[in-house]
Design a protein around this ligand. Structure first.
Ligand code: ZN
Length: 341
């Protein structure tokens, strides 16, 4: 018996006013042929040595027992069901309607009624697959008012995007797994994609960086890592760069620019589409340290206004580039000879 509260009040057991303890007791019971153990809450009268179940405890104890059963059977608990629903900001009734269930179904599952396995797997699907849920909500949009539908819709889209970004990050990380043990290529740094997004935004929001297209951005990323390595003995982002005809390009560059938080405009040229990186107005630079910003500022002061041809030329003269065969990865030990300091 664990005492969690004491208060002086009318004891419902002996009908006298005295200090009544609220206690937690381990209970065993049989539910649907399963023996379950759970923590029940009671009031305790010392004088009568008896437990009393106050009105509000009846429901709570019942849910605690059902949750113990759910855990035993590998089903979602009531709290987990509530958390899934709240993630989508949807009411109990609306969620039940979107799933094509009876109006009270979700309300019951969040309480005393144990869901069956079929409904449990639908709730798990709901948790893991916002795109699937988005399709359900779209198909059943008439189940709620337009205003509420729009509110739900925005939240789901947000979750779909976050999930896509997580998949993208996993895909990029997978490409770096083989390289991650190689200190020379990683510049003694671990891949940090948040830092990559931060560096891109630092450049994109600087007035002293002109026409930030992809080729230039890739070089500016390399200069940031190389200069940071030169100053502090390790790179900033953990990106690994390949020596391509136009200079350094990070591994998985196509995916990197799709990371959430990086903004660009697509501009049509005769030779194809160009990606011009622009400021993300919701971004803050708090993830960057003072030393990192100082390095970025130096890079900007030297090559922020370079044209594409100028920065490609600049890169072509770096020892890191001339000493690396085309197509091979660039080692960070060359950063000692970097033209910028
Ligand atoms: Zn009493």
């Amino acid at each position: 018996m664990k005492i969690i509260k004491k208060s002086k009040k009318l004891c419902l057991c002996c009908m006298e006013e005295h200090e009544v303890k609220t206690v937690i007791v381990k209970e065993h019971t049989l539910f649907k042929d399963q023996e379950v153990e759970y923590e029940a809450m009671y009031e305790y009268c010392e004088y009568a040595d008896e437990f009393i179940t106050a009105e509000d405890m009846i429901r709570e104890n019942d849910i605690a027992m059902k949750d113990a059963y759910r855990r035993r059977m590998g089903l979602l608990t009531s709290e987990e069901i509530i958390a899934i629903r709240k993630k989508y900001g949807v009411s109990q009734v609306d969620l039940a309607r979107f799933l094509g269930w009876g109006e009270k179904t979700i309300t019951r599952y969040e309480g005393h009624q144990v869901q069956d396995f079929a409904h449990d797997s639908i709730l798990r699907k709901l948790d893991s697959d916002p795109q699937w849920y988005l399709d359900m909500v779209r198909a059943n949009r008439k189940e709620t008012s337009l205003t509420i539908y729009k509110k739900y819709y925005e939240l789901i889209v947000d979750l779909v995007e976050k999930q896509a970004d997580n998949y993208l990050k996993q895909a990029i990380t997978a490409k770096y797994v083989k390289l991650s043990g190689n200190e020379e290529l990683c510049g003694n740094a671990t891949l940090n994609l948040e830092k990559v997004v931060a560096v891109v935004n630092y450049y994109a929001s600087s007035k002293n960086v002109t026409s930030l297209f992809k080729v230039k951005l890739m070089k500016l990323l390399w200069y940031a890592d190389a200069l940071f390595y030169k100053r502090f003995g390790h790179a900033m982002t953990g990106l690994v760069y390949q020596a391509l005809p136009m200079g350094a390009v990070p591994v998985a560059h196509e995916s990197l620019i799709q990371l959430s938080g990086i903004c660009y405009e697509e501009i049509e040229f005769e030779e194809g589409t160009g990606y011009k990186f622009i400021e993300n107005t919701e971004w803050t630079d708090e993830i960057l340290t003072r030393e990192e910003k100082a390095v970025l500022d130096t890079v900007i002061s030297v090559c922020g206004k370079d044209s594409k041809a100028q920065i490609v030329n600049r890169m072509h003269m770096e020892r890191a580039y001339t000493e690396t065969k085309r197509g091979e990865m660039i080692g960070f030990s060359h950063a000692k000879a970097l033209s910028i300091s």
